[in-house]
Design a protein around this ligand. Sequence first.
Ligand code: AMP
Ligand code: TRP
Length: 336
Amino acid sequence: MSEQSERKRVILSGIQPTGTFTLGNYIGAVRNWAKLQDEFDCLYMVADLHALTVRQDPAALRRHSREAAAMILASGVDPKRSILFVQSHVPAHTQLNWIFCCNAQFGELSRMTQFKDKSAKHPDNVNGGLFTYPALMAADILIYNAELVPVGQDQTQHLELARNIAQRFNNNYSPTFVMPEGYVTKEGAKIMSLADPTRKMSKSDTNANAFILLTDDRDTITRKFKRAVTDSEGEVRYDPAAKPGVSNLMAIYHIFTGKTMEEIQHEFEGQGYGAFKEAVGTAVADGLAPIQNEYNRILADKEYVDTVLKEGAESASRIANKMIQKVYRKVGLLQL
Ligand code: AMP
Ligand code: TRP
């Protein structure tokens, strides 16, 4: 972080290492992370503890954590300017998590849609961590007094809860935490599944045609876009309610080409969906190619990735440990 870091506002965001990132993760979250580095002091985190709320294969989790770090670096996050670390490497997060578990209320945790969704999806493993997940996420954010949190739309409810926790703590004790705001970009806040455009694109989808992985090769990307579910109208027009499939493809095309919705509509006028889908596939494959090259290069150098993560954990711990001492003191834990 720069020497003038005190004057810059702090950003924190995280992503779970539960598999290879999708195009949704990239557009909704990681793509924005690199862009924010000049203006803010950024901390980016591989949320491995959050991943444990659903069953993980230990070897795969370890591999995915390194891969996630490599993909974040490949997307342009620069460890000289930002802090990149793994959540479990900074134990202060779990320490603050406990304090927040004793602050967050059963009622508010019960209202979280992600908890309801994931409980329904894994009825055999509705564990305590899944329920208190937002308290840990609040700890991730508030321990650095992050003011902005760049995430996709699905995380805004968790952010709201983090604000409630911060406010309650500040009221019960004394002003301690800054109120975090979400940083949700309008375009791409929610990229939809290619197989069912009424659902969000998710890496845990059982249908591999539903998502684009950032590691998919050109042929796979083009094939998946060709198969993307649209409608029978045959007109490229932006209307998310009536035409969710086409509108989702338009949003993706817009992000990769910078063309406006009107320009896109005009470009494919009277051409049907074939040419449009082909163009979207090509634009995405072209856009991802340099990131994929970087990813492969970085991932091949494990030592480099591990050094970045080690230094990241040290820098993050320095900030986080100060905050946890302050919080422990405020809540009345005996300090010797
Ligand atoms: P997750 O994969 O659930 O750990 O999500 C990591 C980040 O990607 C979060 O900021 C999410 O909001 C974002 N994200 C996940 N899926 C999508 C999607 N389909 N569209 C936009 N953002 C997404
Ligand atoms: N819960 C987030 C997700 O599933 C990941 C995450 C964990 C996070 N801690 C965070 C995001 C703190 C932003 C800030 O996507």
